[in-house]
Design a protein around this ligand. Sequence first.
Ligand SMILES: Cc1ncc(COP(=O)(O)O)c(C=O)c1O
Length: 391
Amino acid sequence: MPGFELIGKEEKAAVNEIFDNGGVLFRHGFEDRRNGIYKVNDFEKAFVQKFKTGFSRAVSSGTAALLVALKALGVKKGDEVITQSFTFVATVEAIIEAGAVPIIAEVNKTLNMDPEDLKKKITVKTKVIIPVHMMGVSCQMKEIMNIAKKHDLLVLEDTAQALGGKYKDKYLGTMGDAGIFSFDFGKGLTTGEGGMVISKNKEIYLRAKEYSDHGHQENPNFPRGDDTRRMSGFNFSMNELQGSVGLAQLKKFDYIMKKQKENKRKIKVGISSVPGIEFRELPDIEGDCGDTLIFFVRDKKTALAAAKKLAEKGIGTKNIPSAFSWHFAGTWDYMLSSLKNYRGKDLMKQWPVSADIVSRAIALPIMVKMDVKQINKIIGAVKEIARDLKF
Ligand SMILES: Cc1ncc(COP(=O)(O)O)c(C=O)c1O
């Protein structure tokens, strides 16, 4: 997820342009000072064009984007929202913040939502499904969309970790009723902090826009100070500095994707003959963002020992095993135990399939600027550790 690797003079020039033209950092208003510069607006338009969707609303973070999207989809207190056991805490935080009840489904060897378990989790209270395209790889969208259609449910794609990824030639985030993205510092495209809500449905977009801006409707008949509103909202606005960096990063995005895919392919080929390694299943190999290479080993103990040995050689893992507790629902007692459906339950036993799969996984981060030496170092290290630990 290496947008930060390429931050350079283009981002600096984009930011300077704002300061050279009145220095308005707010996305709205101050027309007399800003010399016609609206970076967040431009970023939204460029994003829609690039990722082939209808409408987009830039916000302050991916977490904010999730909450805004849930509000835009009309989620209310007591509604059930189904997501998956392997995700970043933000997905479930947003569901709870929206007043809804998180219902968590197992993942399978794609490390994304298991459509079979999703079916079992649907009740009369279910309103939205949030499949999460974890670590650059799509969920099984055909199956998930069919289930949603059959049960008349809305789909919000959490694409925070998979900007630019595809499923059967469609950009991730564009298949559901809404999609969200994160531009935090670790993501493929970064604005420092930031996020985006997209939808092809104008009404969903308008609700997202309004909710993220105190309910402002931007009524053309009134100045902002007298603007109209139909609902209350909050302030999750993106600012102009972020918008300008986003525009500069967008121009580099094709290169980012190309390089990380190339680097991933080389490492995958290099370790594919290692006995005992089983690669993560990919619902669409070509659509993979290529920013992470994940394989499974025999058991949790072996995965932890392998990660330790990799770290000793200066090779980190991403999210799993490192940061496991931020990404696996089985460890979220502090957040889930106050909810009726999880109260008094041993969470580590709630998703046994996921617990097994996730704890046997090793995720290698793939960077844009990896050279041959680094690539060979990783291949050599995995081979050596596999031999030592008898993968
Ligand atoms: C799957 C997922 N959803 C949501 C988020 C939240 O994004 P942000 O960090 O921009 O708030 C993240 C961040 O890593 C994420 O990985």
